[in-house]
Design a binder for this molecule. Sequence first.
Ligand code: FES
Ligand SMILES: [Fe+2]
Length: 476
Amino acid sequence: METNTNLDSTASAIDYADPHHPIDYEPSRLGYRVPDWKDTRKLYKAALVKDYSSARHTDKEGYWSREIADQEWEKLFARTWHMVGHLNDIPTENSFMKVDIGHESILVTRGEGDAIVAFYNVCQHRGTKLVLQDFGKTKKLVCPFHRWEFSNKGDLLKITDRETFRTKAICHDLNIPKVRVETWRGWVFVNMNPDAVPLAEYIGDELDTLLKAYDFERVVRIRDIVQEWPVNWKAAHEAFNEGYHVQATHPQLNPAVNAYHAQHDLYENGHGRSIYQFMTPTPHVADQLQPGLAEEHKIFLREAGVAEADFPAHWQDVPQAIINAKKANKDYPVDYSKFSEGQLIDDWGVGFFPSTETFLHPEGFFIQHWRPHPSGDPQKCIYQAQVYAIQGIKELPSFMAVENADMSGKTVLPRTWLADDDIDATGPVISQDRVLLPRLQSGMQSRGFKGGVFSDQEIRIRQFYDEYYQYMRGHK
Ligand code: FES
Ligand SMILES: [Fe+2]
């Protein structure tokens, strides 16, 4: 079979795509007309639900000001729901997981059944952090400093040498303050605001309905990495809720990912969805492609179970071949008949405000978070990437960058804290973003930069700031 020599999957991290060709583009819509070779890849929503016309963002100090970072913490992070894991990460009674958000550390523990509790990871004697492990199982927590003991619900069990404390000193509530915790289809969310709206209301019915087909309840966590990035959390996050940069930053994806025609849908409370057409070239290169297959096409065909001998000759036929192979695979642990044809191949990027982006496929979910640095330094953030696979599947899409994973669900995977300079560890695509982001962080601070300008391909960034200022101005 002829290989397309125009396409170089090994392009280096800072190679850029060819200059653009004129492209037929329809502005002022949330989604763009896509080739209607499949109904399921047509627009779901043609009308603008809200005019996010302020495509200029002049408030650039928010990317490096310590004062703004402190306000963000109080007004935004401490008041919103954050996805922190899954019930299957704390699979049995007395399991716990530690969740770090900014300078806060929170323990989520499991009781009987699906009952879970969350509380701050802090001893009520003099403030020692109680637990350093990310995951574990215990009935009680013993502080290493003076051995006070707490139950795994956060209740005080024992004060060492209690008789040496004056009654007045210990007569008030010494149980550990709770954190709001709720689950949505197995996913665990926490909120430090005791008065927050319920999680179901925060997520909203529209998004909930849209995501019904995915088997969120049947997951096993197979990758979990954390890394410090030298960039503000918002700047990092923004590189993951727009597909505009894909043609330039990730040129190896151009034959196989059409981010230009991504459909971006915006939901209440700042959440959004982007549908990126996989196995369809971006229009920036489509007219330059030879009829053969790029390596990316072959990988996806193999993963869908198409035998090499049955590979189509032309890249145009790849999406249909993959869809057909998946639909024919009745023994697969995923019931593909629940999904639209588009969902069998395209990447659904679903973002939960403020700082979580998920990439959803029927076989598994790639979940990323960008959170403020524990030091409060606005020029750094903590990046976390997790991959959850559907229990029982043999192989995940390779772009999720998981190799040799234990898919059995029999063990609880540890979290890996990567060295900050281990750029390759995040996989070939993310490392391209990671290399570029510090350039953005330092360049933005120039007197010569007047603030961001956002296209309609970046409409979710505009939506983000619309919601962000609701919190920052105290309206939410
Ligand atoms: S600080 Fe925890 S027992 Fe003293
Ligand atoms: Fe990227």
